[in-house]
Design a protein around this ligand. Structure first.
Ligand code: ATP
Ligand code: MG
Ligand code: MG
Length: 347
């Protein structure tokens, strides 16, 4: 036993806390927002701003290890509790800035989309001129679920767009066959295990489905993508679950972004793998032996429940092989992740 501190109070923390409880741990959630669906299933809750050093110190005092479920936790206030953190906060630092992240992954031999930093309207015009359109303008920091992104279809669009106030990056649009993610867990001793890669579809920049088995195109590109992901984990001295998103293209896997945490495209592992991403994250950060990551079903489809009243999803409870997860969020809003359904088939 012991106490695991979780920075961030959303559904990823909720599912992590449920897995931790099963292994005999207590969780203490730290989250600036008043409502936390992770706190509801945890022993303790601190509601305080990220920059409240006294609150953070008190929180850490009662924890044996501290991890996160939210990738935009400010890094500077974490310095005094660095020794308790797993993974190491350098993973957060790298993944929080799209420019830093791309340069880091390129340094390890990964191939991202063509990109250029954009800090002004002039930079954007020059970037579109060099890289071409279509493309996507993304803020370097704080984006998720497609927020902070603007699609640019033609060079003329680039002139019409109001460049964001924050540092940004322009990326050429990747003509991909499909998308997939590599999810791995790395233990304190450096052991790495991978789950099978699901094929992911997005709607409006938000993950819609993850399906296994993935297409032959994904299967062909997984080995190179895994090599890169393992190098990223090694270079960061990573402990826990790490995700890299890829586009499968005719030229091979193109790196999209990384998430230094458990990931929506790995929710299927709760019912579809021998050990879930949440349990293995807990095992890794607590120094326990890692669990088997093998897929245990012939077919798996995870579908997100987004924006709608979650109760409508109760329909699926009558379907054999369907597993419903509701996150307990009180208010449905457009684009908000309310839950997911994982359908397991014999294949
Ligand atoms: P999250 O962190 O929730 O996965 P995000 O806001 O960081 O999302 P991205 O992963 O950058 O967003 O983009 C979301 C989706 O938009 C991608 O999964 C892909 O479908 C599409 N997309 C993003 N960048 C490109 C690109 N350069 N070319 C083609 N499609 C893209
Ligand atoms: Mg992202
Ligand atoms: Mg993404």
């Amino acid at each position: 036993g012991g106490t695991i501190g979780i920075l961030g109070g959303g559904q990823l923390g909720r599912m992590m806390a449920i897995a931790a409880a099963q292994l005999g741990y207590r969780c203490h959630v730290y989250e600036p927002g008043r409502d936390s669906v992770a706190a509801e299933v945890s022993a303790q809750f601190t509601c305080a701003p990220w920059h409240d050093e006294a609150a953070l110190a008190r929180f850490a005092e009662g924890c044996d290890v501290v991890t996160w479920e939210f990738e935009n936790v400010p890094v500077a206030p974490l310095a005094p509790i660095e020794g308790l953190l797993a993974p190491h906060p350098r993973a957060l630092e790298t993944a929080q800035d799209r420019l830093k992240e791309k340069r880091f992954v390129e340094g390890l031999g990964g191939v991202p989309a063509a990109y250029a930093p954009v800090d002004s309207a002039h930079d954007l015009a020059a970037a579109v001129d060099r890289i071409g359109a279509p493309g996507i303008l993304k803020t370097r920091r704080d984006g998720y679920d497609g927020k902070g992104q603007w699609r640019i279809q033609t060079a003329r669009d680039a002139n019409a767009i109001r460049v964001p106030d924050a540092p940004a990056i322009y990326e050429g649009f990747v003509e991909f066959g499909c998308e997939f993610s590599v999810i791995l867990v790395r233990g304190r001793d450096g052991e790495v295990r991978f789950w099978d890669s699901a094929e992911n579809t997005h709607v409006g920049g938000i993950l819609a489905t993850s399906t296994l088995p993935a297409s032959a195109m994904v299967a062909e590109q997984v080995p190179a993508a895994r090599d890169l992901a393992a190098q990223v984990a090694e270079a960061l001295g990573y402990v826990g679950v790490l995700t890299l998103e890829f586009f499968a293209t005719a030229e091979g896997p193109v790196f999209n972004e990384m998430a230094p945490r458990v990931h929506n495209s790995g929710h299927w592992t709760i019912e579809g793998a021998a050990t879930s991403q949440f349990e293995n994250h807990v095992r890794a950060i607590c120094g326990l032996p890692l669990g088997d990551t093998a897929t245990t079903a012939g077919q798996v489809v995870m579908t997100n429940i987004i924006g709608e009243d979650a109760q409508a999803a109760h329909e699926c409870l009558g379907q054999p092989g369907a597993h419903l997860h509701l996150y307990g969020k009180r208010q449905a809003r457009p684009g908000r992740k309310m839950g997911h359904v994982t359908r397991i088939g014999a294949g």
